[in-house]
Write a protein that binds this ligand. Structure first.
Ligand SMILES: Nc1ncnc2[nH]cnc12
Length: 433
């Protein structure tokens, strides 16, 4: 038996090395933007961009490797969008803390997160989440992905009066993205292997002819990680004034990662009773990555919803995540090549996956509004607040309140009351952030 079969049990999962590699490449291409976006966002907080680039690649590689080898899950990790913006624009630029102190807060929240996971608190929370909200997590992730994709493709644009509006459909990027989307749907329907990857590469090739894309070479030496390595300020992070920052990091990390893991694992058919041991391992893998990331010099690492693209391409085991890890590692040296895939080339793949994730809406109990409304609220608030954790927070609170006032208190697991109260307290005390 070869090593891939021994470690990842490919046959048991009805998959093979080729499918897993294609799935890994698909997920990687869908999330590679973080290598460039994260340094840009954290750079706004005064962090050295080159160093953040190295930290981002290293923690994505390390986190995804742990997920691959320890949990055998096809889910990749990287510093999450949302929390990086909170880190830079709220904690550093608005509240006036140093980025070193903000890294310290990520470290402390990561430790809390790991302790919480090891004590089995996360499992308890997951068991207490009602079926309707579980379903809506996948749907909400789908809507969240759709928004990211449509915005990246330029199909949806910001508007001062209406928040969102139609983008400029005459732009070559938008047209290429829309054609790429149709190409992926057709190829997938015709069961062509690697449909998503073909779509991404086709738009990338077209971008050289119609989008003004240029080639900047293949290799480059990585910058030094020294400016952010071990620069975290834990002392400030432990002061009382910093408590709410740590609390926000902790709650968003907890529910963002848990929601993503549940949603993507469910789509991969891995959230079944006989495979729950692996799910519990996946929870440990992502909590460990957060505080290691803060030591390297990046905001909170989380399971990536873009992994759903690889799952759609057939990825079912850790070999998919290991492929992503190796590609992130390689990117330390081939950043110019990775940078050649434009956002509007990966957006069609994400939009396609997003559409498929809405299928779970059929599982909502539509004739029982105390189940259906919290489910819809959860799903809607994810894209509309640009946060998976906020979607869950609104869903939990709505669920608890509706059950309380309709005489259905007994249907609610005690942990749901605790979480709903905690989120209510957070919204009242900390407000929107
Ligand atoms: N915060 C986040 N959670 C899940 N997937 C993501 N992909 C990018 N940012 C993410």
């Amino acid at each position: 038996m070869n090593w891939t079969e021994r470690i990842f049990k490919l046959r048991e999962h009805n998959t093979n090395v080729r499918t897993e590699l294609v799935a890994g490449l698909t997920t990687f291409l869908s999330m590679a933007y973080i290598m460039f976006v994260n340094p840009s966002i954290l750079g706004d907080a005064g962090m050295p961009k080159g160093s953040v680039f190295v930290a981002t690649c290293l923690i994505a590689a390390l986190g995804s490797t742990i997920m691959a080898l320890y949990a055998n899950y096809p889910i990749a990790l990287a510093p999450g969008m949302g929390l990086n913006a909170y880190f830079a624009y709220v904690v550093v630029l608005k509240m006036g803390y140093t980025w070193e102190a903000a890294l310290g807060a990520v470290f402390v929240s990561g430790c809390l997160f790991l302790i919480c996971t090891m004590l089995g608190l996360r499992e308890l929370i997951i068991k207490g989440i009602p079926q309707s909200i579980r379903v809506s997590i996948t749907v909400g992730l789908g809507l969240f992905l759709a928004l990211i994709a449509l915005k990246t493709a330029g199909v949806v644009a910001a508007d001062q009066n209406t928040y969102v509006t139609l983008g400029d459909l005459h732009k070559p990027e938008v047209i290429m993205a829309l054609l790429g989307f149709l190409l992926i749907v057709v190829l997938d329907r015709l069961k062509v292997p690697g449909a998503l990857l073909i779509g991404i590469l086709a738009v990338t090739v077209a971008s050289f002819f119609f989008g003004g894309n240029t080639f900047h070479g293949i290799f480059s030496a990585p910058p030094s990680i020294e400016p952010t390595f071990m620069k975290l300020d834990i002392k400030t992070a432990l002061t009382t004034g910093f408590l709410n920052v740590v609390l926000v990091f902790f709650l968003v990390e907890l529910f963002d990662a848990t929601g993503t893991l549940m949603g993507v694992a469910r789509r991969a058919g891995l959230l079944v009773p006989e495979r729950m041991g692996r799910f519990n391992r996946s929870l440990l893998a992502d909590s460990g990555a957060i505080f290691v990331g803060s030591i390297l010099g990046t905001s909170s690492t989380t399971a990536y919803v873009e992994s759903a693209a690889g799952v759609q391409a057939g990825g079912r085991t850790g070999l998919t995540a290991l492929t992503v890890a190796m590609l992130f590692l390689a990117c330390l040296f081939i950043a110019p090549l990775a940078g050649v895939v434009p956002g509007y080339a990966t957006a069609p793949a994400l939009l396609f996956v997003a559409c498929l994730m809405l299928r779970d809406l059929t599982e909502v109990q539509w004739d029982e509004t105390t189940e259906a409304i919290p489910a819809v609220v959860t799903a809607l608030m994810m894209p509309f607040t640009y946060s998976i954790a906020n979607g869950l927070a609104f869903g939990f609170i709505t669920y608890a309140v509706l059950k309380l006032f309709t005489g259905k208190v007994k249907e609610v697991h005690w942990i749901m009351w605790v979480i709903a109260a905690l989120f209510l307290f957070k919204f009242i005390y900390v407000g929107g952030h």
